[in-house]
Structure formats: structure tokens, C-alpha cells
Design a binder for this molecule. Structure first.
Ligand code: CA
Length: 231
């Protein structure tokens, strides 16, 4: 039976989630602030942590940062609707997923099932994104001067090394694997994360901007009315 920790200071939400999780057959633990949540996550032997971002004592982002120094336990962040920065920061810091408040419990349960399935299939890649990065070792390249090694994860632009975060790398790789195809934001999200993100597609724009800042604007083309493409 999987054990899930809920770190959330809003008692109503945390009690509701706890009830639903118990009903689904999960064992649960609860913490109402960042500090005790971090302690519990580190010593509690959990299979998954649901972590609110706005917490007293330590913020969710800070809990995640400290947790990731010692643990690969899968983490789902609870975020406010308009905090794209929190989502991007959280994912870059090793959160496996996020869900925006207010959320439908069925959606949270679905995401929990996806993550626990992935973790079961490949424990060491539980926090590595889509878990299929090493499927086809090869060097991909584009006329614009990007080279990407899917085996070593090294990326260069015109011969110069480019430091990408894990999520930026996954997005760039998907675009390069689909060269010449105009990719919609929805499809990019679904391929990068493995399932749909219900209208949260602006996160793709944020990642594309980061990749362009680290390389050049012309590396990824904007296709008006569709999304993005690499030639
Ligand atoms: Ca909160």
C-alpha cells in the first residue's frame, strides 16, 4: 500500500484530501507547516508527497529544495492559479508535477496514479521527467546550430555548451525529434509531461523563452496560431 504525505496548512483542504486518499486505499500522513512537513517527508518513508507552496515556517519551494538534497520521493506541488514562476521553479527543482488550486479531487488522484506507476516501473527515474530519456541514444542536430545528445544530455549551440535544466532539455529534445513539425503547446505539454495540463499551456512559452535566452531567438520558431517548431 502506498504512503502519501500531505503538507498543507489549510485544514479544510488537507482533511478533504486525506479522506479521499484513505478512501482510495492509500495510507496518509499530514503536516501543517513547512518545517514539520520536511521532517516528516525525510523520516516518514513515503511513496509520494503532496506539497502546498504557500506554507508557514518554510515555503513549499524551500521544503522541496531541502528535500531534494536527500530524497527522490515524488512530489506534487499545490500552486495558486497565477503563479507560473512557482510552477516553473518547482518543476526545475525536482517536483514531479503540480496541480492548480482549486482542483478536482479526481484530477489529483489521476496524477498520483501516474506518478506512482512511473516510480514503480523505474524507481531511479521517478523524478526525471518522462522516464524515456535513454530510449534512443543519438545526437540530434539542426541547421540553426543546436546539437543535442540524448545519451549524455549535452547540448551545444554553435559549438558552445548550453546549460539547460531538465525540463528545458526535454522540451528542446521533443522539438528536435519532431523537426519540421509545427507543435501545438498542448502537444508539447502532453509529450513533455505525459498527459494533459488543462489549459496551462503558457508554461511552454516560459520554457521556450528560457531556451531562446540561452541560445538564440531563431533556434525555435513561433508558428502563429499553432505553437512552436524547429526547422
Ligand atoms: Ca497554503
Amino acid at each position: 500500500m502506498s504512503r502519501i504525505l500531505i503538507i498543507e496548512d489549510e485544514e479544510k483542504i488537507s482533511r478533504f484530501v486525506e479522506l479521499e486518499l484513505s478512501h482510495e486505499g492509500y495510507e496518509t500522513g499530514k503536516a501543517a507547516d513547512g518545517r514539520s512537513g520536511l521532517d516528516e517527508a525525510l523520516r516518514g518513508d513515503y511513496d509520494l508527497v503532496i506539497l502546498d507552496i504557500m506554507l508557514p515556517e518554510l515555503s513549499g519551494i524551500e521544503v522541496l529544495r531541502r528535500l531534494r538534497k536527500e530524497s527522490d520521493v515524488p512530489v506534487i506541488l499545490l500552486t495558486a492559479r497565477d503563479s507560473v514562476t512557482d510552477k516553473v521553479t518547482g518543476l526545475d527543482m525536482g517536483a514531479n508535477d503540480y496541480i492548480t488550486k482549486p482542483f478536482a479531487i479526481e484530477e489529483l488522484l489521476a496524477r498520483i496514479r501516474v506518478i506512482l506507476r512511473t516510480a514503480e516501473r523505474d524507481p531511479k527515474n521517478a523524478s526525471a521527467g518522462d522516464g524515456k530519456e535513454d530510449a534512443n541514444p543519438a545526437v540530434l542536430s539542426t541547421p540553426a546550430g543546436i546539437e543535442l545528445n540524448t545519451d549524455s544530455h549535452a547540448v551545444t549551440y554553435r559549438g558552445q555548451p548550453v546549460e539547460l535544466t531538465n525540463r528545458e532539455f526535454i522540451l528542446l529534445r521533443i522539438l528536435m525529434e519532431n523537426r519540421g513539425v509545427a507543435m501545438s503547446r498542448e502537444r508539447l505539454l502532453s509529450e513533455a509531461w505525459g498527459y494533459d495540463y488543462y489549459g496551462e499551456t503558457n508554461i511552454i512559452d516560459v520554457y521556450v523563452r528560457y531556451i531562446r535566452q540561452k541560445t538564440a531567438d531563431e533556434v525555435i520558431k513561433t508558428i502563429r496560431g499553432v505553437g512552436y517548431m524547429i526547422d
